[in-house]
Design a protein around this ligand. Sequence first.
Ligand SMILES: [Zn+2]
Length: 326
Amino acid sequence: MRGPRARGGRELSPRTASSRPSVEYPQAPLSEELGIDLPAGTRWGICLSHDVDHLSLREHLVDAFLPRYVLALLRQNLTRGRFRLGRVLDSFWGLLLAACGRDRWDVVDDLLAAERRAGVSSTWFVAVRRGLGISYRGAARERLVGRLRDADQEIGLHGQSPTDASALAAEAEQLSREAGTPIVGLRMHYLRLTRSVFDGMERAGMRYDSTVMNRSRLEPDQIELPGPRLVRPGLLEIPLHVMDSTLFSVTGLGLDFDQARDYMRRLAARAADEGKLVTINLHPNTYSHQTPEMRAWYDALLADVTARSDVFVSDFRALLPRIAIA
Ligand SMILES: [Zn+2]
């Protein structure tokens, strides 16, 4: 089967994301892939999650992220075979609006409402430490945690301490205090996974990580869909499969809306045939009118999966008890 074509007819298949290498297990897992006890009548699963890297454009108007954002914007929209000057101008308009207090990245309530309408829940990985492009903190984070708690969403940690187990455990403990509930799930920011991360998770009594990501093959017919494995006693790794940026960024597959919707439909057909679980990460800020094709893609994904009766749509919280730990 032919792979999707980027605008301008560039053939994307076969393609590996050489600029985004795979994230491997930092140590040999303790188990083979574990089975998932899917609910009666379903034959595949999709697990939804959000890595919260940004809560607003405004929080970046005075930090070093903004120049990087503008460069990425230009690279995404003004490359060979992909000249979208209108999008660039609209994105600058979005920055101006943010400076005036109408922030297009303030979309948590929109995203919660879209998922509530679809009847699904997601796991939200929230950072408690700044750095590597993450700037929200304090009161903004506590407001977010309160909104998620009110909406009964699972809150996980977006970890920022890949080489310091004590610091990672402290991040989890701080978020637990703020959320008023134990934090058991983790995804590392920038997918920086080491043995030390598992050490920190054990210290904090956490139960699963979802940072491993095999990106050696990206086509929906070939992408690896590895299942959960035990990495420490009582601690699971549940690999991540599909990330919004991998689909849309020109450093990934560079798809447009139609191609990205087609990608997920082909992946769904394969996952259904093979009885697999597909894990998804949408960064909440991309559910924004700043990137309308990504917002439309996620709406289409929710519509497609909730229209089917053969799929178990879940967050990690609902998935965990269905993973058969020997
Ligand atoms: Zn992140």
